[in-house]
Design a protein around this ligand. Structure first.
Ligand code: FES
Ligand SMILES: [Fe+2]
Length: 386
């Protein structure tokens, strides 16, 4: 984060902590309960958000060398992400052009050829169809037009985005709408991928994202875990078009103020929570980076699945460094698995009781209002355009 922006946020925290307040939206926001339960709403989201928007699929450090690859089906289409010989990140539909089997499974390193497990057609890391066993049987087939179908992909700021439909290239800054100024400062290019876990709570995918968007609940729901570390109901908020950034302040914030302003680095004293539209939560805290890439689980509005990734500033070189990051990964999974998501699943259940037709986001919860209004705006524009 640029130094001037850090100072601006630090000044806001000084004011908020002194006056016991937080960033406030102009008004309360009523969010219809049906947005979390309605199958039609989910199918509009699937059709517009998860098909037409670039989705963040991982960090560059997950596929650092040519032939490094990973697969990902969570968006609803099978994606193969692989670094080409030329160093560029390529994305393909993970579908063999013979009869459709996936040509790669899981993830791997240095794989220059992908051999389909069904009849052994062979593709290069650039997607080209290189070899057909028994080619006599396919005399009329033009190999040059039967490579893996490429997907639009862009790698920038040490992160990778993919569109799940074949088509034209995109410029990710058009979607980031200013938040890239922050992303460019973190040096994600040099990070190390520590681990990615999978969670599948019985909650609407947006309710999962809501979990991260206010600090109002910290001293109540998290009183046994993170409440001693992070101030409740004190946050700064900034929107970047359809994206936003909320910053929470840690209880050691006073230590920052002991330093001269030109040395202020707010990272050790804050937790930054970004929503990268539509479905990624990026958390920057102290040295580590977490991403939560959240998707609907099939056609059920009551279920989601997500990849939870932890990235560290460098690869751990000692056992104690590995233990440190392992503990951090375990802690973040434990907090959501034992505190946020069990309650979220009960909320999802209660949504169907018709106790109320809307939820109320307080003025002190501006990020929630921003996330849902951005979704509504995009869905409404998409529908109008069709
Ligand atoms: S389906 Fe891939 S080689 Fe036959
Ligand atoms: Fe929480």
């Amino acid at each position: 984060m640029e130094h001037a922006v850090q100072v601006e946020n630090a000044r806001k925290f000084i004011e908020y902590l002194e006056s016991k307040t937080t960033a406030m939206a102009e008004a309360e926001y009523r969010n219809p309960v049906s947005q979390y339960t309605c199958p039609e709403r989910l199918s509009r989201e699937q059709a517009l958000l998860f098909s037409h928007y670039p989705l963040h699929i991982g960090f560059s450090c997950e596929i650092p060398e040519p032939g490094d690859f990973k697969t990902d089906d969570f968006s609803g289409v099978p994606i193969l992400l692989v670094r080409g010989e030329d160093g560029k990140a390529n994305a393909f539909l993970n579908v063999c052009r013979h009869r459709g089997a996936p040509v790669a499974e899981g993830c791997g390193k240095g794989q220059r050829r992908f051999t389909c497990p069904y009849h052994a057609w062979v593709y290069g890391a650039d997607g080209a169809l290189e070899y057909i066993p028994g080619e006599d049987g396919f005399e009329a087939l033009d190999r040059s037009t039967h490579g893996l179908r490429p997907l639009p992909v862009q790698e920038k700021y040490g992160m990778i985005w993919v569109k799940t439909e074949p088509g034209d290239d995109f410029e990710i800054d058009d979607s980031l709408q200013g938040v890239e100024r922050d992303l460019a400062t973190y040096g994600f290019e040099g990070f190390h991928h520590f681990e990615t876990g999978v969670l599948r709570p019985k909650m609407n995918w947006k309710l999962v994202i809501d979990t991260f968007l206010e600090s109002y609940h910290i001293k109540v729901l998290h009183h046994r875990s993170i409440a001693p570390l992070i101030e409740s109901n004190v946050a700064t908020f900034e929107d970047f078009g359809i994206n936003h950034r909320g910053i929470y302040v840690r209880k050691n914030f006073d230590e920052l103020l002991a330093r001269p302003e030109n040395e202020w680095n707010i990272l050790p004293y804050t937790t930054m929570v970004y929503v990268l539209f539509p479905n990624t939560v990026l958390v920057v805290q102290q040295e580590q980076i977490e991403t939560w890439r959240v998707y609907p689980d099939g056609d059920d509005p009551n279920a989601s699945k997500m990849h939870v990734s932890l990235y560290t500033p460098n690869a751990p070189k000692t056992e104690s460094a590995t233990r440190h990051w392992r503990n951090n990964m375990d802690l973040l999974m434990k907090v959501v698995n034992e505190e946020d998501f069990p309650l979220g699943e009960k909320m999802q259940f209660g949504f169907h009781s018709l106790a109320q037709d809307h939820l109320t986001f307080g003025r002190n919860e501006p990020a929630l209002a921003h996330f849902h209004s951005a979704l509504d705006r995009v869905l409404a524009e998409g529908i109008a355009a069709e």
